[in-house]
Design a protein around this ligand. Structure first.
Ligand code: NAD
Length: 174
């Protein structure tokens, strides 16, 4: 059995890691799709698809999850929701089950006849990309919300400086 999880992962945080672990208790392999892979360098989507692949790869390795149990696949958005499931299928290995908390993703896969599971949320108020980015901008502690290897990856790409610079650009353009 192979499951599929889709997420923007801007950035990868402890909630994503927990949900991957819980999926791997139910299926042999998980396909983790990095959604909106074409987006980067905005306040909502600061990190590139490749940077998010790096964060996730390092987080799974740090947590001892063997590479034989997952596939990480960047998926760019498309303009047509009605054919998005086919777009995902084109880019991924075959899968049987979908895991997502996102209502639109649930809807689109259900309409195509897939079994959709809504995984439990872990501390959603704090383990959320919005909260991690807010703390980065405000200079608060964001490091505890992400796996240690993701923290190091974000330092390596100077992610916090990028986000704070993007905010200044956005403010100056208003
Ligand atoms: P996200 O990173 O916010 O969340 C991904 C998943 O991670 C959630 O569904 C949830 O299951 C899990 N998760 C997040 N926080 C958690 C926590 N604290 N505890 C446990 N689990 C947690 O990503 P998202 O916004 O849901 O990503 C959906 C992607 O699908 C987007 O990139 C979107 O653009 C894409 N999409 C594209 C189209 C299109 O191109 N037409 C259509 C639909 C969806």
């Amino acid at each position: 059995m192979r499951g599929l999880l889709v997420g923007r992962m801007q950035p990868v945080h402890q909630g994503h890691l927990q949900v991957v672990k819980s999926i791997l208790e139910q299926v042999e392999e998980v396909i983790i799709c990095i959604g909106s892979a074409q987006l980067s360098h905005t306040i909502k989507d600061p990190f590139t698809g490749g940077e998010r692949v790096m964060m996730l790869t390092k987080a799974l390795s740090e947590n001892g999850i063997p590479a034989s149990r997952y596939y990480i696949i960047p998926i760019p958005d498309i303009a047509c929701n009605s054919i998005w499931v086919s777009h995902v299928k084109m880019l991924t290995p075959p899968f049987n089950k979908i895991y997502t908390g996102n209502p639109l993703v649930q809807r689109l896969f259900m309409e195509e006849g897939y079994q959709v599971t809504i995984p439990p949320l872990f501390y959603r108020d704090t383990y959320s990309g919005t909260e991690v980015r807010r703390r980065m901008i405000e200079g608060e502690n964001w490091e505890s919300l992400v796996p240690s290897s993701v923290k190091d990856a974000i330092y390596e790409i100077e992610g916090v400086e990028r986000l704070q610079h993007l905010l200044k650009i956005e403010v100056s353009e208003k």
